[in-house]
Design a protein around this ligand. Structure first.
Ligand SMILES: Cc1cc2nc3c(=O)[nH]c(=O)nc-3n(C[C@H](O)[C@H](O)[C@H](O)COP(=O)(O)OP(=O)(O)OC[C@H]3O[C@@H](n4cnc5c(N)ncnc54)[C@H](O)[C@@H]3O)c2cc1C
Length: 492
């Protein structure tokens, strides 16, 4: 294979992917004296650096002396293990809890600036809780400093270069084969062979690979939507390469999802905000499936993805829309900073958007059902029993809170279609606490490391507010730690 490659590199450390974990890892490894090459499939580096807002941060120097009472590592570890049914990897989790602050502090050392510390992210309130850090300019702002650090220490980043296959000889991973200009005509393509003493898989999971999403997250989730604005190609390449090289699977069932999304509406526009309020929610069978008040700590992904086609409708009437225009909302907005302000433009927007495929409007419930493609008889039955529960101030099925039991009785009626929404996937390759890839016997595959969304072990459940910001912090930590471990192994 070596003789056939158009370009050959001989390096200490090959990093596949230049997102949150890959770029941090490359910059850290080069600082520690390793010769590093990074392969990036996208035309520009950065991956999901360009979307990330806030990062889990319990124990770094920006907290110390700030007067903010954060969770101890002990409390955070117990909360995380408990929420995840103890089905995540305890050693990986413990390593993250104890060392992620050091990884983020190293980023601050590179010039990344603190915007603020977020408190009570886990909803624990005044007595401490999960705390988060935001960087000035968000993660997009941080990217510049980490990229500068990588450049300063001689990291070579090959963009438009998509890794295809690991080189494994005698049970040891010795580098990777990639294709440069992989998305162009064959004549423009070049084979790249990177011979490396250590290889890190940091390709960001498989959120954009519909087949894998269907297979690993949920087979019939046709209604699921994912974000399309990211700076990368998250197709599960790294996970598949590692599995092909004998790495075991872990955690590929779990995702960072959020409250649902309304197609054609940006997060927190008035329609999107109405869609998450505890009005009447029905699935494609025109049946209620919860109390419409899932605690915000759990987002709604896990619940929504279990509904037929991973979607549901939020139904409201003119009275509820008018109320939301002047009163604080029961459920808060999605993006930071949080608020529960009224939405004075709601009714106007609902009327303007009616018929856009996401918002439906009708004078009767039966007509609304027809427009939504729901069974009119079943929707009428659901609606009548819901309104009875509101009149009785008692919900016999889901015990919804009394103050949220408001009848849907003033036409016109509106329905908003909500889809389960996927940011990124959360696992795939089984690793140990040193980010080394493991085979199905739990043995280390020499030369192979995995980080960020490609690495399984930290999540044993879908993402939730208790772990808010841990996705990116886990990527920063595992990237940074992989560099430390490789440098120690190679340089002592
Ligand atoms: C919109 C959005 C908002 C988010 N907000 C937050 C937040 O506020 N807090 C939080 O904690 N988390 C957040 N996340 C999640 C967080 O961004 C990810 O967990 C994190 O970026 C994962 O880092 P990574 O290095 O594993 O992957 P990425 O940052 O996605 O980087 C992977 C890189 O690998 C490249 N690549 C893929 N395949 C190949 C290949 N075959 N060869 C070479 N390169 C390849 C990709 O192009 C990409 O550049 C958010 C995610 C999104 C999408």
């Amino acid at each position: 294979m070596g003789a056939q490659a158009d370009i050959v590199y001989d390096v200490d450390y090959c990093v596949i992917g230049s997102g949150c974990s890959g770029l941090v890892s490359a910059a850290r490894a080069a600082e520690l004296g390793l010769k590093v090459v990074v392969l990036e499939a996208y035309p520009t580096p950065g991956g999901s650096f360009f979307g990330t807002e806030a990062h889990y941060y319990l124990n770094g120097r920006a907290i110390e002396g700030s007067g903010i009472k954060a969770f101890s590592e002990k409390d955070a570890l117990k909360q995380h293990l408990g929420f995840n049914n103890y089905s995540c990897d305890g050693r990986v989790t413990s390593a993250f809890m104890q060392k992620h602050g050091q990884a983020i502090d190293w980023m601050l050392d590179q010039g990344v600036e603190v915007d603020c510390i977020l408190t009570g992210e886990g909803g624990i309130g005044e007595n401490g809780g999960v705390t988060g850090i935001m960087f000035k300019g968000k993660a997009r702002g941080a990217f510049k400093y980490i990229k500068d650090a990588a450049d300063k220490n001689g990291v070579e980043i090959l963009c438009k270069t998509r890794a295809k296959q690991l080189i494994k000889e005698d049970g040891v991973v010795k580098g990777v084969i990639a294709v440069q200009n992989w998305d162009e005509d064959e004549a423009e393509q070049k084979t790249v062979q990177v011979n490396a003493k250590a290889t890190l898989i940091a390709t960001g999971g498989f959120a954009h690979n519909d087949e894998m999403v269907k297979k690993y997250i949920k087979a019939d989730a046709d209604g699921m939507r994912h974000i399309t604005i990211m700076n990368g190609i998250q197709q599960g390449d790294g996970i598949n390469m590692a599995w092909d090289a004998g790495a075991a699977e872990m955690g590929s069932r779990f995702v960072n999802g959020a409250t649902g999304t309304v197609v054609g509406h940006r997060a927190d526009d008035p329609v999107d905000r109405a869609s998450v309020q505890p009005f009447l929610w029905v699935n494609r069978h025109a049946k209620r499936f919860c109390d419409e008040q899932p605690p915000e700590q759990h987002f709604e992904f896990a619940m929504t993805v279990e509904q037929p086609h991973a979607e549901y409708f939020t139904i409201l009437d003119t009275k509820l829309a008018k109320k939301m225009m002047v009163e604080p909302t029961i459920r808060w907005n999605k993006l930071l900073p949080r608020h529960n302000n009224p939405e004075p433009e709601l009714l106007k927007m609902l009327d303007e958007c009616a018929g856009d495929g996401s918002v439906f409007k009708a004078d009767t419930i039966e007509e609304l059902a027809e427009k939504c493609g729901l069974d009119p008889v079943q929707l009428k039955e659901t609606w009548e029993s819901y309104n009875k529960a509101c009149a009785d101030k008692f919900d016999p099925v889901f015990f919804k809170d009394e103050e949220a039991l408001v009848a849907i009785d003033e036409p016109p009626f509106y329905a908003i279609l909500v889809h389960a929404f996927l940011f990124c996937t959360l696992g795939g390759i089984k690793i140990n606490e040193f980010t080394q890839a493991l085979d199905s016997e739990g043995k280390v595959i020499p030369g192979l490391y995995a980080s960020g969304n490609d690495a399984g072990g930290f999540y044993g459940n879908h993402y939730n507010y208790y772990d808010s910001g841990s996705c990116s912090a886990f990527a920063f930590f595992t990237g940074w730690e992989a560099a430390n471990v490789v440098a120690k192994a190679l340089k002592g």
